[in-house]
Every structure is written in C-alpha cells, then in structure tokens.
Design a protein around this ligand. Structure first.
Ligand code: HPA
Ligand code: ZN
Length: 347
C-alpha cells in the first residue's frame, strides 16, 4: 500500500536504467514487432523469470531483454513510457541511465539510441512538466578501450548528456579499471560522474569510485558500512548514495527488507536517496521502494521526506531549478519536523 504522504511527495529519481524499465508486456510486444525470438511465450512467462540469485543472474535477463530494442521508435517509446509512469508517482525530475555499448554491439547506430531517448526526455518536459537528464553507462565487464570508444561515439551529444556512470557485473571489475574514461568524462566532456559501487563489491570499491574516479555520486554504495572511516567521509562530504532497496533484496544483497541497512545509513548522516533501479524486474517503481522501507524498517514520514529532499539536492540541475523543487518539497514537510530533519524531543 502506498500512503497518500508517499504518493504526493515530490521526488527525483536518480538511479533508473531505461532498458530495465521495459515492462513484460512491452518486451513481448517489441519482440513480436521486430522479429526477435525470446525464450518466453508471453508476459506471464517473462514475469515468472524475475527470480534472481545474484547480480549476474539478473544481468543475464537484462541483456537478453534489451535485444528487443531495434528501431528509433522503440527507444523513444521505452523512454516516454518510463516518464509517463514516473510523473504519476510525483517524480518531478529523473536522471536515467542508458547502456550504449550493449546497443552498439548489436549494430544499432549510436544516433538512433541517443537522439530518440533525448527526444522523449524533451517531450516529457513539454507534456508532463517533468525534467530529465541522460547518463551514459559504461559496461564494466568490457575493456576500458571499449568504454573509451563508446565515449568518443557519444561525444557529439556531450552537451546534452549530463554524466558518465558504470554498471554491469561488479566483482573483479573495480572502478579503477576505468580511470582514464572518467578523466575524459570530467575534463574533456564536462560531465558529472557516478559509478555503481558497493552493491556486490565491498567498501573498497566505494572508496575506489570516490578517490580514483572522483565520483560525485555513488550508485548503491550500501556496502560502505564495512569501512567506518569511509562512512564518515561520505557523511562529512555529503556524497549522495542512490540506494535501490527492492533491487538489493531481489539480488540478495540483503536477505530481506527488514535486514536492509538504509535506515542505519540514513541515521549515520549519509545523504541517502531512494530509487527503483530496474522497476519491473524488481517488483516496484519508486513509491513502492519508499513504502517498503517504511513498512519493513519503520522509517518515519520525516525520514522519507528528508530522503526525497536529498534527491533534489543530489540532482545534477541548475540552482534555479533546484530552488524551485526545494520550495515545492518544503510544502510537504511533515508537521513538527524541524529544519534539521528531526522531530524535537517532547517534554
Ligand atoms: N547493477 C549493475 N548493473 C546494472 C544494474 C545494477 O543494479 N541494473 C542495470 N544494470
Ligand atoms: Zn543500477
């Protein structure tokens, strides 16, 4: 159940993979339209496949699913469908990932991918008043040379892309493998930077993303808890963590929601945001993620409000736009919650 407080709360989503937003029905429809053979007869069979042991078992399905994307209109429709859904959850701003290497390897021209995703993001602003940004994600299982080639190919759109990220199988692919790619992203392209780290990899991967790659945000990052000095640094510097609670449970990063550490990380003073990652695959969009941590971990409306506010302070947007969103969320501050995000102790 989504409470009215969660449903109405203005929020930004900062960790969502477009290819992971394809609903089972869309996968089946696009496969038929494009003559792609999937090992699933219908949407129900796809839904049944959403059972994972770890990150790899999810990624196998994620990479298979994205092969249904063939034409420019497929990329447009996928992006438009996500924004139309997100606006209904009161997401005011979304920064979304695309994995260009997966499409380039299948022979899809880069312009087909980027132009259509950007067009749908522009149209979401015109249609829904929702703002968005596109992040290109490196696939860390491939060599750095492959990532560098991808960056060169998307460079013509560098002013329309907000940042560089990194996904894929984390173990044995540490952030430092991509030090040059992140230097180019920062210095040549003028992009913001973030990386998946500390999802399956340990706190050392978070440290590596922060110090070697100089990332501004950490995607997941939940395993930072293994290193108290790092936790302190993340808190003091206000480095945002884009946490995806339902994803972490589905991929067995935590055995269940009651064991998730998001509440501890939030209470330790880290700048935590709540996100959906790959919503159909993990059983819920952003509001369901907020609801799950409230139900299972007893986080208060005040906690959720603070994390939604964090999503706007962590977004890569202009000061003007940020101030507009911050004024907006101020109107939803739970009564009694003071400026520090805590309730004054009674008595
Ligand atoms: N982790 C790594 N790579 C990914 C993910 C994730 O959660 N989702 C899509 N690609
Ligand atoms: Zn992710």
């Amino acid at each position: 159940m989504i409470s009215p407080f969660i449903a109405n709360l203005p929020k930004a989503e900062l960790h969502m993979h477009l290819e992971g937003s394809l609903e089972p029905e869309t996968l089946i429809k696009l496969a038929a339209r494009n003559g792609i053979r999937l090992p699933y007869a219908d949407a129900e069979a796809v839904q049944c496949a959403y059972q994972f042991d770890n990150l790899k078992s999810f990624l196998d399905l994620f990479y298979l699913g994205l092969t249904v994307l063939q034409k420019g209109s497929d990329f447009y429709e996928m992006t438009a469908a996500y924004f139309a859904r997100a606006v209904r959850e009161n997401v005011r701003h979304a920064e979304v990932f695309i994995s260009p290497q997966a499409h380039l390897r299948r022979g899809i021209p880069i312009a087909v991918v980027i132009e259509n995703v950007l067009a749908a993001i522009d149209d979401a602003r015109a249609r829904h008043g929702m703002t968005g940004g596109l992040i290109v994600g490196i696939q860390r299982q491939f060599d750095e040379s492959d990532a560098l080639a991808m960056i060169q190919l998307v460079k013509p759109w560098r002013d329309r892309i907000i940042g560089l990220g990194m996904g894929g199988p984390e173990l044995d692919n540490p952030p430092s493998k991509f030090a040059r790619a992140y230097d180019i992203a920062r210095c040549d392209c003028g992009w913001h930077t973030m990386a998946h780290a500390g999802e399956e990899g340990g706190a050392d991967y978070v440290r590596d993303a922060l110090h070697t790659l100089k990332c501004e945000r950490i995607d997941h990052g939940v395993r930072c808890e293994g290193d108290p000095d790092l936790m302190r640094e993340l808190a003091e510097r206000g480095v945002p963590l884009t946490v995806c609670p339902m994803s972490n449970c589905m991929l067995k990063v935590f055995p269940d929601m009651a064991s998730h550490n998001i509440r501890r990380l939030h209470e330790a003073g880290l700048r935590i945001t709540v996100n959906s990652d790959d919503p159909p695959y993990f059983g819920g969009y952003i509001n369901e993620n907020y609801a799950a941590i409230q139900t299972e971990l007893g986080m208060s409306d005040g906690d959720l409000w603070q994390m939604a506010r964090n999503s706007f302070t962590s977004a890569f947007i202009s000061d003007d736009l940020r101030n507009r969103y911050l004024q907006d969320i101020e109107r939803h501050r739970p009564s009694g919650l003071n400026q520090h995000g805590t309730f004054p102790i009674a008595g």
